[in-house]
Ligand binder design. Structure first.
Ligand SMILES: [Zn+2]
Length: 280
């Protein structure tokens, strides 16, 4: 008899990730209301087909193009999560009363954030909501991460990040991240150096916002993350559903939000909102 075939179809959203203790990052593909555990598919051939339709992640209307990572144009202009301040937290304007969606801002931005160091393609600094740990790190393909500060609001975390950005990158080189695991770093040493270099600025921020608003986290352990990758590509070729609507290829690994195939890599998050069929 033939092997069993599993077929999922519907609207794509970014892969769900979890990090069970002492194991590797676990990925679930989310297509419509169905999910498919992906780690067990590494080494197997799968087919992904773009069915020619994109629906806005917010209002579900059909849109010719995806804006701000999966929205129709009107929603990209009205949602707070599509505002520039969400990418540049130091420009958060909630406190000025001009948030596009104050209730959403209250729930998402006016809560505790973590300022962290991670090692994705190399050392980087970043911020994330406290409940996005370790999701954010896995989405970036980090192999190591360490929280440095717990901060009261997104805006304040942005100010701390800007301070550190003068000393370390806030970017991931995704091509490099997909070519292999970054050289391990001593994040404790790096943290101590950064905190010493920025001591005066940290004190100024703590005086401005209060000592409990920007809390140093000396005892937080380094989190180590492994990924289900059998083989890294030596040359990274980017696949795109707009140019290649059907991808049939051997899945060689998963890292960040990328599926790594023998014929190229695809950033699943980038195609959120696309109608996709997956056959495994
Ligand atoms: Zn919309």
């Amino acid at each position: 008899m033939g092997k069993s075939v599993n077929k999922l179809s519907g609207q794509l959203t970014k892969m769900a990730v979890t990090l069970p203790a002492a194991t590797e990052a676990q990925y679930d593909m989310r297509i419509g209301d169905q999910t498919m555990p992906m780690n067990a598919l590494v080494g197997k051939t799968i087919t992904l087909t773009y069915q020619g339709e994109i629906n806005c992640l917010n209002c579900q209307r059909k849109t010719k193009k995806s804006y701000s990572g999966g929205f129709c144009f009107p929603c990209s202009q009205k949602l707070a999560q599509c505002d520039l301040c969400f990418m540049k937290p130091e420009t958060c304007h909630y406190e000025q009363g001009t948030c596009r969606e104050p209730e959403w801002g209250e729930a998402v931005c006016m809560q505790d954030h973590i300022v962290y160091l991670a090692n994705s393609s190399g050392l980087k600094v970043g911020i994330t909501r406290i409940n996005q740990v370790p999701t954010r790190w896995i989405d970036q393909g980090a192999t190591q991460a360490r929280p440095i500060f717990r901060v009261k609001t997104r805006y304040q975390s942005g100010l701390v990040e800007v301070m550190f950005k003068n000393h370390v990158s806030d970017r991931t080189d995704w091509r490099k991240m997909l070519k292999g695991d970054a050289e391990p770093l001593d994040l404790t040493m790096v943290r101590d150096r950064l905190v010493a270099e920025c001591a005066d600025e940290i004190k100024t921020l703590q005086q401005q916002f209060g000592d409990d608003a920007i809390q140093f986290l000396p005892a937080e352990p380094v989190v180590t993350i492994r990924y289900p990758v059998e083989q890294y590509p030596s040359k990274v070729t980017s696949l795109n559903f707009d140019k290649t609507p059907e991808i049939t290829a051997e899945l060689q690994g998963i890292k960040g939000q990328y599926l790594i195939f023998d014929k190229g890599v695809i950033n699943i998050r980038k195609f959120s909102g696309y109608q996709i069929e997956m056959v495994v």
